[in-house]
Structures are given as C-alpha cells and as structure tokens.
Design a protein around this ligand. Sequence first.
Ligand code: GDP
Length: 453
Amino acid sequence: MRDLPPISQSAEHFQRLGLHEEEETPTEPNGRLKSSSGTSSLPCSIYFPPTGSPTVPPRRNHAGLDPQFLPLRKQIVSQVSLESPLSPASLPRSPWGRPDPYDSPEDQDKEYVGFATLPNQVHRKTVKKGFTFTVMVAGESGLGKSTLINSLFLTDLYKERKVPNAEERIGQTVDIVKHMIGIEEKGIKLRLTIIDTPGFGDAVNNIKSWKHIEDYIDQQFEQFFRDESGLNRKNIQDNRVHCLLYFVSPFGHGLRPLDVECMKALHEKVNIIPLLAKADSLTQAEILKKKMKIREDIRQFGVNIYQFPDCDSDEDEDLKTQEQFLKDSIPFAVIGSNIQVESKGRKFRGRSYPWGVVEVENPVHSDFLLLRNMLVRTHMQDLKDVTREIHYENYRAQCIQNMTRMMVLERKRRWVEMKAEVETPTTKEISLSDLRKMQEVLERIQEQIQQGQ
Ligand code: GDP
C-alpha cells in the first residue's frame, strides 16, 4: 500500500469522532488495523464511499478497504451527525489527510460520481513526489547575496566559502557554484537548489561576464530537452533555473550598464527578480527614490523582469490589493543577517548598530518578508510555470527550428551531391566503357588473325 498517512493523525481522527481504536477496531502492534484476510494491514483513517452512492458490487476501494468496515463508517457518520456538528477541524479526512469532499453529514444521502476528490488525488501524488525549486543569485560580490540566501531559507550554505582578494579578482571569471538542500516542513519535501555566481562583476573587464550564467541556464534547458526527448522519460531531473535574484547596489544611481546588459542577455531565459541590496544602508526616502529610479531604468532599457500574474476581475479584493502591493514594491529592498540579536527581551535575525537594531523580518524595516512569502508561499508555482511555459518553450521552439533548418540544409547538400554524381561519369563508368572498347578491339584482332590463317 502506498503513501499512507501517519498513524498518529489517523488515531487523532478517530478520537475526534468519539471512537477509541482499541474498542472499535482490532489493531496490530504497528498501530495498523488488523485485516480479516490477513493479507493487508489498513490504516485507521480510511476513505469510505458515501452511503448514497450508486450500488456497485462489494469490492475493496483503492485504500484497500474491506466491505466489513462499512458498518463502522455508518456508526461514525451517525455519531458525528447526532452528537457533534462538524467544524472544519473535525471534518473527516481522506486517507492522505485532506478533508474529504463527500464526508459531511449533508452529503451522505446524495449520489456522487466522485470527481470532487480529484484535487486530493493530485495533492497526494505531488506530495509524494516532493517539490523542486532552483534559485540563482547574481550581483557584484559584497552585496549580501550569501547572507540573504541563508536568511531566506534558514540555512548556513556558505560555511566553507573563500573570498578571493583584490589581486585574485583582477582576471577572475564567473564561477557557477551549486548548493543543494533538502527542506521538509509539515511532511512536504522541497529540494532547493541555489546557484551562486561568484565573481560576477568583479573583474576589471566585465564585458560578457554574464556569458557563464547564460550558458549555464541554456545547458539546463538542453539537458531537459534531451531527457524529455529520450527513451526513459520517467525519472527526469528538472534542473531548470526558476528565478534569478539580481542584486542591485544601494550605492549607485539606479541600474549600472553592467546590470542592464546582463539582465537583457538573460531576461528571455529566466524570471528576473531585482533586489535592492543592503536596504538598511538607506533612509526610507532614499529607498523609495532608488526603487523608482530602478523601475524607470527597467522600463527605459526594455528589460523584461518577472511579471506578477494579473488577478481576475472576480478575484478577492484583498488578493488584488496584495498583488498590486507586490508589483509596486519592485525592486524588493532587502536586508540579510546570519546572526540572531536580542532586543527588548526578543531574539530575532537582525543587525545591531550603535543607534539601534534592524530586524530582517520586520516589514517596516525591509521587504525581506514580502520577498520570502512571494518566493515560497505565493508565487513559487507561478515561477515554475512561467519557466516551463515561456522560457523553456522558447528554447525548445528555437531548438526545433534550428534542427529543422539543419535537416533542410543537409538534405539540400545531399541532393546537390547526388545531382553532381549523375551528371559527371564516375571512374567506374569510364572503365566499363573502356573495357567494352577494348573488348571490341580484341574481337577485331581475333577476326583478323583467323582470316589470316
Ligand atoms: P556576497 O559576496 O554578495 O555573498 O556578500 P556577503 O553575504 O558575503 O556579505 C558581504 C558583507 O556584507 C558581510 O560583511 C555581511 O555581513 C554584510 N551584509 C550582508 N547583508 C547585509 C545587509 O543587508 N546590510 C548590511 N549593512 N550588510 C550586509
């Protein structure tokens, strides 16, 4: 049996319904229900089809339910409906721990086909598979990229980092460093990949310093394209870059030429999210001014950064306001810190100065929380969708176009070669005709000899 919910939850579920496992159902030492046939052990939380469903011959449902447990369900339902009105928290759960859309007392006498459980099925499958997300960071060194990544994902990814000195940086090229971490929260697994680009913008000559970044993004698309077109498409690893956090210096006036060139080279390949680094070094008024200038530069130079999706007109007003707020906050003014500071009896990630402390997660101090919520809670799926549907599709279409063009060229070349072969007699043909002539000469000589005799 696959992917069963933890037993503790199931037990809790039964207790909520006023049932005691040991009284109602025989269990094995591992906490699972004893199967009468002895072939399968069942979890306590089982999906029961609604009583009003069309009658079908008794058979195990997909959760492995024996028909003998159906009376138990009736008992549960009657207890629920008679004794306790269902609050959302006490709603019965499907085998994978999601509220079952048919398990409410008012639904019991209705007939259903059952497709309202589709979201549950999708949820169960995706949770089992786990999630992946790849973030790339770029910006000149010292802007707080590593510190922000550590703060965002509560990790310490850069313990062994060696910062090169000025001499080493003169001719430095951009490196691509990949960090992978597995995070698990409430049973949901996330494989997070951080792609760091040390050395970007550090050399004396930064012309084309984004080329390595561009190549890396392309390579991931290429790999995915190969895997997708290959024979074994089952376990494809998706390493495509879903978003690029681009750090803009707080000390300049808007975007630098390098920022513009780099963003323009990459904006068709990746979702760019610009960040105003080290926001604690600016006053509130300066932050607003710099944000406006950066937005103006982005517009003026035709840089396509990640566009937050528009809300539908029938969407919730709160959601519309939130989305608008997000759009107006670009570039997010961020602060990072690797340490916890204590102030007024509270401990938090922050930076301590002689004149006070800044809290990384305080929305009054920075957009850090806005960025993290956007990245993780609200727009992670959209970033992946845009990567798949727009950036990867562009790459794929271009690949197919190039392949078709190459095939046409190759066919043309072969056709020209064949035509030339037909028009020019080959060595083989020349020697054959020569042979024929020689044979004729020989025959004539033989005739003359015979006549002479
Ligand atoms: P990276 O080279 O871009 O990865 O930058 P680091 O994360 O190594 O940070 C460089 C320096 O800036 C370190 O001394 C950090 O403590 C400091 N730093 C990082 N984030 C911030 C921030 O938000 N504000 C300020 N004032 N300093 C920061």
